[in-house]
Design a protein around this ligand. Sequence first.
Ligand code: DP6
Length: 403
Amino acid sequence: MPEDSMDKPYIATCTAPVNIAVIKYWGKRNEELILPINSSLSVTLHQDQLKTTTTVATSRAFLEDRLWLNGKEEDITHPRLQSCLREIRRLARKRRNVGDPDSTDFAGLSHKVHICSVNNFPTAAGLASSAAGFACLVYSLAQVFGVEGELSGIARQGSGSACRSMYGGFVQWIMGNKDDGKDSLAQQVEPETHWPELRILVLVASAERKPIGSTSGMQTSVQTSCLLKHRAESVVPVRMEEMIEAVRRKDFSAFAELTMKDSNQFHATCFDTYPPIFYLNGVSQQVIHLVHRYNRHYGETRVAYSFDAGPNAVIFTLQQYVPEFVRVVQHFFPPDTNGEDFIKGLTVKRATLSEELKQSIGLEPIPKGINYIISTKAGPGPRVVEDPSQHLLSPDGLPKKTV
Ligand code: DP6
């Protein structure tokens, strides 16, 4: 490399998706390596609606590692961030040692990194921002350092659920048995094209920060909940097999019932934690009743809910039921305006509700209980952004004014 280009940063920008678990991960057997007590399975959401974008740059001119998240400079010494950086550098060094001459083309390994990351959705709103964030960080670092291949084991060390965001479609995180975690990896079960009719609606109940973070919440659950132990040992292994089957066969009612039961059991383990943890609120409860009454009205399972460590409901349904179900949500959670703003993402056709359906659901409406709905579907895994004008860092290594 010519001497004068050595001061120019190596730069890469990537995007990564959010994922929603339908068989939940809750509890670690190794805190440092982030090894789970059970396997889990998720659906990767489409990046057109929900994504993290990250630019990573390395340059001889940088004096220290620096990080900007959603426009604010943050501490880069966080141990999980450091684990991801260390592991990517280790892989890059290994690749160089096995004699790939191309990988020595840049001297980036000893250089400092600048990282700039933004979400197109509210951080810490219970929308798994850490999963998309760490997946994007690891994918972008790998680009800059010229590392290829299996990266979910590194993303896992940033945040457990992040390993599943390294793939599109339907993804399982196999818990593994080894003490060093080498076999605790994510794997695609089916690609995003497998089930095109599947739709996902994120019902944003609150954009506030969650009361207890997943990391400390699951720690207390492991220490105190005997229901969690039973769940991990006896319930999840069977459910994983059933869920993979349901996805492969595109059997919506089997998929939906397992999804709801698993979300409910996860929240039951939270209540079984001592002192108990509550992530659901009154709005979440109303959504649960609404879904069951809607399904009962039709005598079949057309809609399912799932909740993570926060009150937002994630609804799974099929394309043909979306317009009516959205109207149902709008009726039982009347928004401020009768507005277009209520539904973001994929266009939803207008539908009318029958009096019969409203009566058979028969719940008392909660005005403004839901801020808005994001309508989306399953989507692909992380992507490289080729267009240099999309970099979040300028050539001097500082965030662009627009970030
Ligand atoms: C309820 O992956 O955020 O969303 O590994 O400590 O970073 P850490 O936890 P995190 O936990 C996610 C828990 C969950 C269920 C799931 O996504 O499987």
